[in-house]
Write a protein that binds this ligand. Sequence first.
Ligand SMILES: Cc1cc2nc3c(=O)[nH]c(=O)nc-3n(C[C@H](O)[C@H](O)[C@H](O)COP(=O)(O)O)c2cc1C
Length: 183
Amino acid sequence: MSDGQDTNSQNKPTRQLTRDAKEIIIYFSRSGSTELLAAKLAKLTGADILEIVVDKPYSGNYHRTLSRANNERLNADYPELRMSLPDLSQYRRVYLGFPIWAMTLAHPMSSFLLEYGAALSHKQLVPFMSEGGYGQGSSVQKIAQLLRQQGVSADLYRRPLVVDGNKVDRADYQIERWLKNLG
Ligand SMILES: Cc1cc2nc3c(=O)[nH]c(=O)nc-3n(C[C@H](O)[C@H](O)[C@H](O)COP(=O)(O)O)c2cc1C
């Protein structure tokens, strides 16, 4: 799943939008773990779902991705996206899903927040993530910082769902418990 041998970029981007949903899951996933987590959340909540797509996909090779990600970080050069944002006005709650990269948000989610942050104004934002065993790092603070930087005021939930990328298939109970606390 997250061994870097496969990549999510070959699949058709997920985009399931309905007229009546009040919640939407917006996520990025390179190797499929966050995508699986997003699919489980969608099933449990009935939320709409939208995948963040980068213009130039990350390599399926883990080391090549690591090296690209390091360069992007050093240069604060976040990737261009290739997607259109639907009208978000119907949604009260937005789940934001991403993998942890270098102890913080994966770059495509930073790109998304920089490009479309204004559309998240006054919504409840609920982060969830998959990671490789080192936890959430500074990801939630980074979301807050990117929004603040743009003057976006939103209600950011500070107790994210954090799941080991290799254990998403066994995380149902954890996800359900977290959702119950979220209310
Ligand atoms: C460039 C890169 C950096 C990563 N850095 C971390 C890290 O700092 N801490 C961690 O626990 N996992 C790290 N990981 C592992 C991913 O967070 C983990 O495999 C995640 O489940 C991948 O999600 P995805 O399959 O949705 O892309 C990193 C992975 C990549 C590709």
